[in-house]
Design a protein around this ligand. Sequence first.
Ligand code: GLU
Length: 288
Amino acid sequence: MYMKPKVKDIFKRGETAVFKLGSSLIAGEDGVRTDWIDSLAEECKELISRGVKPVIVSSGAIALGRGILGLGNKTLTLAQKQAASAVGQVSLSSLFQTIFNIKKIKTAQVLLTRFTADPQNKEAYQNAVNTMSVLLDMGVVPVINENDVVATEEIKFGDNDRLGAVVARMTGADILFLFSDIDGLYDKDPKTNKDAKFIPLITEITPEIEAMAESSKNPLAAGGMVTKIIAGKMCLEAGCKMVIMHGKAQYPLARLADGERCTWFIPSSPRPKRERAGLPRRSEAKAG
Ligand code: GLU
């Protein structure tokens, strides 16, 4: 029988937890959602005091840049989006820095590209992994986003669900949270299908689950679902847990502890940290 894990059982001392935040969590209709970021900072502080290392993957650069530049919701060219991101990323980093610093937590900005996050590009990948590892050892919370300015259509992640899973892999994380505008996975789009069934637990990506994502007709839901399933698959392969939950209300982890509905991805066999990060074992690294 499926048993919902308790928050105190989710995090163990020494573990790394990645939180992926969508743009709508950062910038709402009424402006920047500082209260929400403050509630996350409070929860990160609590985690740090229990020996857990938080990592943040945050979208919102383009959304914040649109606001600052007065671009509203109008359709932007790629270069305009990149310009909005360049403007907004400064605010995004400074928001986290200001709010987390008040709670005595240091933050760092890390902008990744698909190149630097690809283990095939050994040196760049290893440098990015080392930088994040040193930051975490120094008790700094990395705030990560894609480097939108240099990302082109061909070489971008394009969505931060996958970037979240890549970061979870690079940091050898134990758990990835996708804070979303949906409470988890359904077998059909719940907005258009009244009989859509909620899926509380996934331990392997079966062909049915893959087909489920692909068959979703709503482009937004499909995008959301496909990228979340890809992220889940990457996490399961890396031996990392993943949670998809509604993230818009404040204190998301407290709500999880209170039994809020979510979908868990739980690997059947967790793997050692270095292996999770795609790095050779220490003995092999020395030999090589
Ligand atoms: N990098 C984009 C931004 O910060 C967001 C991409 C995404 O949300 O998936 O605006």
